[in-house]
Design a protein around this ligand. Structure first.
Ligand SMILES: [Zn+2]
Length: 209
């Protein structure tokens, strides 16, 4: 597995390319914006896009989805609990923050703990509500890698002042679902730099006891 990051959109969102090095099949996590740029990178590097995984439904993580879908036909995965927010341009902030109302329906609605295989790579869905009602993280145990969306950041956690947010729920999600992962698990968040579970357990002021 090779992971590449493109920072896209008005609020600098991390869009990850998770590449199967043997086949070049690729999962795009949170295609934030600029489908043209995403498709150009894929073409230049010979990547075959196989799936879109959404960590949650906020506008700054989904703006490229319609065009990517139209041009590639690949399926979009999101948690079932995020269905309502994804479909509502008010709740998903696409209208308020970006002035481009976007209503999305995922092709595959996932549940907590579900095992997914896409592009020949295995992930487990960890449901982590709090930033949004149906936010989730994607965990590869084999690779020791977690895509944390806006749930967990380096030294911080996601905002909870948007529709459906709750700090108590977010901190509980992180404590119960993410902190049990091994220290060396690499964390790839939705914004800013990478971190590791052990470092967050020790230093993150939101989750220290
Ligand atoms: Zn968000």
């Amino acid at each position: 597995m090779k992971i590449e990051c493109m920072v896209l959109g008005a609020v600098a969102t991390n869009c990850y390319f998770v590449i199967n090095e043997e086949t070049k099949e690729t999962i795009v996590i949170d295609p934030a914006d600029r489908a043209d740029v995403i498709l150009k990178k894929a073409a230049e590097e010979g990547l075959t896009l196989k799936a879109v995984f959404l960590t949650h439904g906020h506008g700054d993580h989904i703006m490229a989805v319609p065009e990517l879908r139209e041009k590639t036909g690949i399926p979009v995965y999101a948690c079932r609990a995020e269905e309502e927010l994804l479909a509502d341009p008010g709740q998903n902030l696409s209208t308020g923050l970006f002035g481009k109302p976007l209503s999305l329906k995922a092709d595959v609605l996932t549940e907590d703990g579900q095992e997914l295989t896409a592009a020949g790579m295995k992930f487990r869905v960890l449901s982590t509500p709090g930033h949004t009602p149906g936010g989730c993280c994607y965990y590869s145990e084999e690779e020791g890698v977690l895509f944390s969306g806006d749930t967990l950041f380096c030294g911080s956690v996601g905002r909870t002042d948007f529709p459906g947010g709750s700090m108590g729920t977010l901190v509980r999600s992180i404590s119960e679902k993410l902190m049990p992962l091994p220290d060396e698990t690499k964390v790839y968040p939705g914004h800013q730099e990478e971190t590791a579970i052990g470092d967050e357990r020790r230093w993150n002021p939101f989750i220290r006891n």
